[in-house]
Design a protein around this ligand. Structure first.
Ligand code: SAM
Ligand code: FES
Length: 347
């Protein structure tokens, strides 16, 4: 067995086992990683050409009832300056984004009890009424099946909920005991059953993670086949229990992006802000490793710094138009074009 043979088998559409994934993660050389990137780009171009989809990210609240041990906006962080956008402010962000050419809005936030089903349904309906040609994506954490159903009914198209890790014991080390791996999985199954395009994903280099856990994540992607998959390096935040832990690396994240593209070719795969935080050209390198989505920030500049999941987050000072212009130039520099399109998954 060698890495190239395994990568070629993946590119030919064959499934690999969890132990094959483990072998790839343990033994790949920088040349193997480049080989994987070339295959991933070829596979992605067959489906999506040279298009890069954009999603306008609106960070609606950093108030969260959860206490995930890695996250800077966890309930236990008494130093975080909290904020919540009003429905009017959220609509104004979408308005501005529409004028800039965005056709997908991602409403992301902590698990803030203010955002009841009634409040969210009203916001979703108003965005869809004004912009029926746009997709609304939610990333608001764990909710009941009834709640997901109501939001879907109101017009939400997609839901991002990273599984965080496919290993229950590892999940237990990243989260407080009241957060359950089984509930995370229940949420993902419910979202799919309700007709959402569903996003899973995980951090690369999170505390206690080894290649054994990452191989499980890849096997999970192979089985669940999410429509989107958000992965980015773990980056420590100084006011969390993981303050002293090292960040995940650019190289590992890029290799995983290539593998995910090969495992599940149609997946919508973002080159994340976290990747752009660990390396100045992280997002460009992400696209060159197989990603096909970028998510410029549409949140009001006044709150940007407060949505601090990890330290040194980029894009906190730029207006929405600057952020989009910056990413457009970055994509052009590597021969890609950002497109004005909802950017649905192509099966
Ligand atoms: N509350 C929603 C949820 O749980 O899905 C959405 C917001 S949550 C902050 C979004 C994602 O940020 C998480 O799924 C996690 O993977 C990522 N994240 C949190 N803390 C991070 C850190 N320190 N480094 C990198 N990514 C982090
Ligand atoms: Fe936001 Fe560059 S993408 S400033």
């Amino acid at each position: 067995m060698n890495c190239r043979d395994l990568l070629l088998r993946l590119a030919a559409g064959q499934d690999l086992t969890e132990s094959d994934f483990r072998f790839l993660l343990d033994s790949r050389t920088p040349e193997d990683a480049r080989f994987a990137q070339d295959l991933a780009v070829r596979v992605r171009k067959e489906i999506y050409g040279g298009a890069v989809f954009v999603r306008g990210l609106i960070e609606i609240s950093n108030i969260c009832k959860n206490n995930c041990r890695y996250c800077g906006i966890r309930r236990g962080n008494g130093s975080a300056a909290r904020y919540r956008l009003t429905p009017e402010e959220i609509l104004a962000c979408a308005e501005e984004g529409y004028a800039l050419g965005f056709r997908t809005f991602v409403l992301q936030g902590g698990e803030d009890p203010f955002f009841t089903d009634a409040v969210l349904c009203d916001i979703i309906k108003r965005i869809k009424e004004r912009h029926p040609d746009c997709a609304v994506t939610l990333s608001l954490g764990e909710r009941s099946r009834e709640s997901y159903a109501a939001l879907r009914q109101a017009g939400a198209d997609r839901y991002l909920l990273r599984h965080e890790t496919a290993d229950p014991a590892h999940y237990g080390k990243l989260h407080p005991p009241e957060m359950r791996f089984e509930n995370r999985m229940r949420c993902l199954r419910d979202l799919r059953a309700l007709g959402y395009q569903v996003g899973a994903g995980f951090m690369v280099g999170s505390p206690f993670q080894t290649n054994a856990e990452l191989a499980k994540d890849l096997a999970f992607i192979r089985e669940f086949r999410p429509d989107m998959c958000g992965i980015g390096p773990f980056i420590p935040h100084k006011d969390t229990p993981f303050a002293g832990c090292p960040a995940g690396t650019l190289e590992d994240t890029l290799f995983l992006l290539s593998l995910i593209r090969l495992i599940h070719p149609p997946v919508l795969l973002p080159a994340t802000t976290a990747l752009g935080t660990v390396h100045p050209r992280g997002r460009e390198l992400g696209i060159l490793a197989g990603a096909n989505v970028v998510m410029p920030n549409l949140s009001p500049v006044s709150v940007r710094k407060k949505y601090e999941l990890y330290n040194n987050k980029i894009c906190t000072g730029e207006e929405s138009a600057e952020c989009k212009g910056c990413l457009e130039a970055r994509m052009r520099s590597i021969g890609y074009e950002i497109v004005t399109d909802r950017g649905d998954v192509r099966r």
